[in-house]
Write a protein that binds this ligand. Sequence first.
Ligand code: PMP
Length: 403
Amino acid sequence: KSPKASSVSPVPQATDNGHQPQPIINLDHGDPTMYESYWKEVGQKYSVTIPVFQSLSYFANMKNLCWFLEPKLEEEIKTLHKNVGNAITENRHIIVGTGSSQLILAALYALSDSLNDRIRSALSQQLHTTRLVAKFQFLGALLQSYPEITDFLRSQLYKWSGDARCFDKDGPYIEMVTSPNNPDGVIRKPVVNRAQGMVVHDLAYYWPQYTAITSPADHDIMLFTVSKCTGHAGSRIGWALVRDENIAKKMVKFIEINTIGVSKEAQLRAANILEIISLSCQKQRPRDLDNFFEHSHQLMAERWKKLRNAVKNNQLFYVPKFPNHYCNFTNEFTGTYPGFAWIKCKEGVDCEKLFREHKILTRSGKRFGGDAEYVRISMLSRDEEFDLFVQRLSTIHGTGNQN
Ligand code: PMP
C-alpha cells in the first residue's frame, strides 16, 4: 500500500551500446492518477481557495457527534450518495478520517472496545481479545496490511486470524468485507455469518466507474474514500457511515486521540470536489463540465479492452472475465472494470518475477496470501504509463520462468 514517488522511472540512461533502456513501469501500488486528465480539463474554474483566516480552530461543528467534520463535507457526502444511489446515509453518523485507512483502525478499535465493554459488564472480568478475521484469501488491498496493522500496533483488542473462509474458532470476531474486492474486483459478502460477528464493509470501489450500482448499500459500518472515487488520494479524506451511535462515538474518540480530528483544508477541498462531481451528473450540468462517472467509466472500459487485446493471442497470461449487471445509476447493463487487474500466469511461472524481467513492477499474489502465479496490476496510473504498459505487455511472449 505504501506509495512510491514515480511510476515511470526518470530520464533513462543510455547503455554502452547507445540504446535507451526501457523505463521501469511501476504498477505495484494503486495510486489513482488516471483521473488527472479529467481534473486538468475541469481546471481553475472550479478550484477552491481557502483564505488564511479560515479553519484556525480544531473544531468544525460542536453540535455534531463528529465534531471535526466540516458541515459542507457532510452535506456533499450525503448529496453524492443520493445522486449515485450506492449507499444509504439516512439515520447514519458520518465520520471523516485521514483516508479510509484511519477509519479501518477506528472501526476495529470501536467494535472490539464496545464488545469488551459488554463482556466486562456481563462477566466483570478483564479484557478479552477479539479475533479479527478477514474474508477469503484475497481479502483486499489490505490483506497484506491487516496483519501488518495488528502486528505493528500490537493491539490487545484484536488480532489477525487470517482467511475468513477458514475461520473455525468460537467467540466474537470482526470480518472485513471489501467489495468490490481488491485485488480481484469481485463483489463480496460476509462469509462467516455468525451471531457473534461484526462486519466492516470497505466500499472504496463501489462507484459506477468500477462496477454496476445494483442497490444502495445498507450496512452497519461502511467505509468510503475520495482516493478511489475521485482520484484525490493525496487529500487523505475518507468517510464512514455508521448506524450505531455508541460505535460512532468510539470511532470519533479514536480519531480524536490519534490526530485530534482531520485537516479542515483537506475536508473543504474534498467537499468542493464531491460537489463538482455531483453537479457533473446532473442533466442541467454546466456545458463545460463532463459527467465525471460517465467519463471515468469509459476510461476504465477502454483500459480493460486494451489490456485484453494485449494478451489476446498469448498463452502466458489469463485475465479474469466479469459478468455484466444492471446499473441503477446509468440505467443500463454495464461491465465490471476493477481498479486492479488480477492476472494469472501459466502454471509454474512466477508472474511478478516475469514482469520484473520486463521492467514492470507488480504486486505478487504471495503478498495477498495467494500464490506466485498471480499478480495485481494497477489499472489506475496515468494514460502514458498505462499505454506504455499495454504496449510492452503485448511484446511479452515465450514460456516464462519456471518456479
Ligand atoms: N480500502 C481499499 C479497498 C483500498 O484499496 C484502499 C487504498 N489502497 C483503502 C481502503 C485506503 O484508502 P485511503 O487512501 O482512503 O486510505
